[in-house]
Design a protein around this ligand. Structure first.
Ligand code: GLC
Length: 732
């Protein structure tokens, strides 16, 4: 009897242990809580597997089928992430399969720079902010996410939310302008578009806030350079967009290249751990920028690669982009007790958390759909049209030169941008293809069809000094009723490593306009550029000016719609246009000088050409008197401010009301005005509507000190809208 019992016990034990073996581990159970899955998986990983997760390499740089095998062989199956340059989901799935077949089957996270569209390319981010339409920006980001996801991308290195006030810096094109609130608002809108309601939803991709932090302050606009940022400026200007986007659930961040007052962004324990992880409780991860860990040596904070790896990892950079430093050094640093195993496990957990939340463990493969269903769908192109049109800014329109009326029968379309497609895509255009772009000439031809004859002449190149094309351009202009001069920048003059010593256009372009001016014909200047331009010599020559930025695939038709009047322009600048390069930095939310009546330049005006918020319409809007719900509130109350706006013109139009506040006397001095809210509404001709702003004192009136602590002081404040400035008081 005893023997039988013992036998049965042994059999039962074997059965349980076999079952345990056959039963899938907890981390593979999609119904288990993410934290439970993470814990279970980390407990099963060996050190090499953990360290591999902390590295990112590249893949897909050539999609020649003969090299795919080679490329996969050189990629460790357990690598944490790959920057995927291709757009072939099958290639990506083939690499993923290797990972899923590895010992623990941890999926690879495929990342890529989807900045303003994947194949349906939208306007550059700086232009998108000129639309003042966050909901539309969210739509565009959602399209970009879907096109990227269907191409094998799970993670985009976007949005770039670096406040930038020096237009000599090429990357000013990639962010949302000079203002913290604008970068925060459009950064959140973009994160929401990428990540959707849930990271594991179909087509959601993880966002990556960059470049954390203060990269836009690069000295002299020189990319990768030192950025001198006080703690006050850090909290007041550069961190707010990141705080807003982290609170909105952004999955990851990218640490920046710049040296932040002696402690580079990629080795900065204060920003990467104290602020991001401890204060903001971010539970995703930070990836370094490309080679940024290695660059700590050049920046003078690390003697060698090993020390660079130690500093970056201990500061709070969980994943090392492409320089292979973590892979080569972390084990030794752990053996030397310089990196605690707990920190390795925390870093690995953060990366796994994003992968679990994306659903990569449960759906590691990209769904394959026919290429014709992946890109440039009609609804995607409709968003591109709308966003391009809403991003364009009517800067000047003397004597209603625009829109072109039926009396215009001959149009001279002149300039290097007149028939150019590629440059309309801008920098960081992902898989954008110039063949998808509608040029200005094509857009105009379609719009004006037989209504007007369009004669195109390039006139000159973007730069150089070849004036041979002037004669043909002048001749076309002389025979025209209106000259449309399309000037601007090459796409490679913006973006990374594209700093310029001047924001003026090359002289040849200005000279072309001077020659055309001699014809006496009305001149409409159309500008396609990735930064504010120095227009001090061009502006007086133009009767009208339209800033189209780098508008993406739909640039031609959107501009044509504006020129014909089919579209009433509604864009307003998201960044100030200095009069000349010498005025840099000039931005709307500067602090007042000690002698506002003095301290001016002796040789040029001190006012910029256009402030943030500038933008005209084909109609006119009249603002009524600003009304306060009360003239005095307690700190815990709310104050509603409203203004009635009438469309006093003859055509429908869309107005964006920008609400600013000012605190004239504060423990820490405040900018002359701070944007706190904006709202955009369409008004039919003759219609009127009320715009309201509910002031929440702690949110809208408080200020931060150099530690990020917020304060709200009793006293007088001003609310400013259009050209009105109304006082109210806050009491204890
Ligand atoms: C680049 C850029 C960064 C980009 C990354 C990956 O150097 O600084 O914005 O996301 O490398 O391409």
């Amino acid at each position: 009897m005893k023997r039988i019992f013992a036998l049965l016990t042994i059999l039962a034990f074997i059965q349980i242990s076999v079952l345990a073996q056959v039963k899938s581990p907890v981390y593979k159970d999609k119904n288990a809580p993410v934290e439970t899955r993470i814990k279970d998986l980390v407990s099963k990983m060996n050190l090499e597997e953990k360290i591999l997760q902390l590295n990112q390499y590249t893949a897909g740089q050539n999609t020649n089928i003969n090299n795919i095998g080679e490329a996969m062989k050189s990629i460790p199956a357990g690598i944490g992430s790959l920057i995927y340059f291709g757009a072939d989901p099958e290639y990506r799935n083939a690499i993923q399969k290797k990972a899923m077949e590895s010992r623990l089957g941890i999926p690879i996270l495929f990342g890529y720079d989807v900045i303003h569209g994947f194949r349906t390319v939208y306007p550059i981010s700086l232009a998108q902010a000129c639309s003042w339409d966050p909901a539309l920006v969210t739509e565009a980001a959602a399209v970009a996410a879907k096109e990227a996801n269907l191409s094998g991308v799970d993670w985009t290195f976007s949005p770039m939310i670096d406040v930038a006030r020096d237009a000599r810096w090429g990357r000013v094109s990639e962010g949302y302008g000079e203002d913290p609130y604008t970068n925060a608002t459009f950064g959140v809108a973009t994160v929401q578009g990428y990540q959707g309601k849930n990271l594991s939803d179909p087509y959601s991709i993880a966002a990556c806030l960059k470049h954390y932090v203060g990269y836009g302050e690069s000295e002299g606009g020189r990319d990768y350079h030192y950025s001198d940022i006080s703690m006050q400026s850090l909290w007041e200007t550069y961190l707010p967009p990141y705080e807003a986007c982290v609170k909105a659930g952004a999955a990851t961040l990218m640490s920046s290249f710049n040296d932040i007052s002696g402690t580079p962004g990629s080795a900065n324990p204060y920003t990467l751990t104290d602020v991001l992880k401890k204060q903001w409780k971010h539970d995703g991860f930070v990836v370094s920028d490309w080679d940024a860990v290695n660059q700590l040596i050049a920046q003078g904070v690390a003697a060698d690669r090993k020390e660079a790896g130690l500093k970056a990892f201990m500061a709070g950079v969980e994943m090392d982009m492409t320089d292979n430093i973590y892979f080569q050094n972390l084990k030794q640093l752990i053996d030397e007790k310089k990196i605690p195993m707990a920190k390795i496990d925390d870093a690995v957990s953060r990366i796994l958390r994003v992968k679990f939340r994306l659903g990569l463990f449960d759906q590691p493969y990209t769904t394959i759909v026919d290429e014709s269903a992946r890109y440039l769908q009609p609804e995607s192109k409709a968003v591109a049209q709308k966003l391009a049109a809403e991003s364009m800014v009517l800067l000047k329109n003397n004597s209603n030169t625009l829109p072109l009326t039926a009396s215009v029968k001959q149009i001279a379309l002149i300039g290097p941008m007149a028939d150019n497609k590629a440059n309309l895509l801008g920098s960081w255009a992902a898989h954008g293809n110039e063949k998808d772009v509608e040029s200005i000439a094509e857009g105009l031809q379609k719009e004006f069809d037989s209504a007007a004859k369009i004669t195109t002449a390039k006139g000159c190149d973007f730069d150089g000094n070849d004036e041979k094309g002037f004669a043909e351009a002048v001749s076309a202009a002389q025979a025209s009723d209106v000259i449309l001069v399309c000037l601007g920048e090459k796409r490679e003059w913006s973006g990374e490593n594209a700093s310029r010593s001047t924001i003026a256009l090359p002289a040849i372009q200005e000279k072309l306009v001077q020659e055309l001016k001699k014809t006496g014909k009305p001149i409409v200047l159309i500008l396609s550029n990735g930064r504010p331009l120095e227009l001090v010599r061009l502006e007086p020559l133009a009767d009208a000016m339209v800033e189209i930025w780098q508008p993406g695939v739909a640039g031609g038709s959107s501009l044509a719609g504006i020129l014909s009047g089919r579209i009433n322009p509604s864009g307003k600048l998201s960044i100030t246009f200095p009069l000349t390069t010498g005025q840099i930095p000039t931005y709307y939310n500067m602090r007042q000088s000690a002698r506002p009546y003095a301290g001016k330049y002796q040789d040029i005006p001190t006012e910029p050409l256009y402030w943030l918020g500038h933008g005209l319409s084909y109609t006119t809007f009249a603002y009524g008197d600003v009304k306060l719900s009360t003239a005095s509130i307690k700190k815990t109350d709310k104050l509603t401010v409203e203004v009635e706006v009438s469309n006093t013109g003859k055509v429908a139009g869309t107005e964006t009301v920008l609400w600013y506040i000012n605190d004239p006397a504060c423990t820490i001095s405040r900018p002359v005005k701070e944007l706190k809210y904006f709202e955009k509404k369409e008004l039919a001709a003759g219609a009127k509507t009320t715009f309201k702003f509910e002031i929440n004192p702690m949110r809208d009136l408080s200020y931060t000190d150099a530690t990020g602590k917020r304060f709200l002081e009793a006293g007088d404040y001003f609310v400013m809208v259009n050209n009105q400035k109304v006082k109210f008081t806050v009491t204890e």
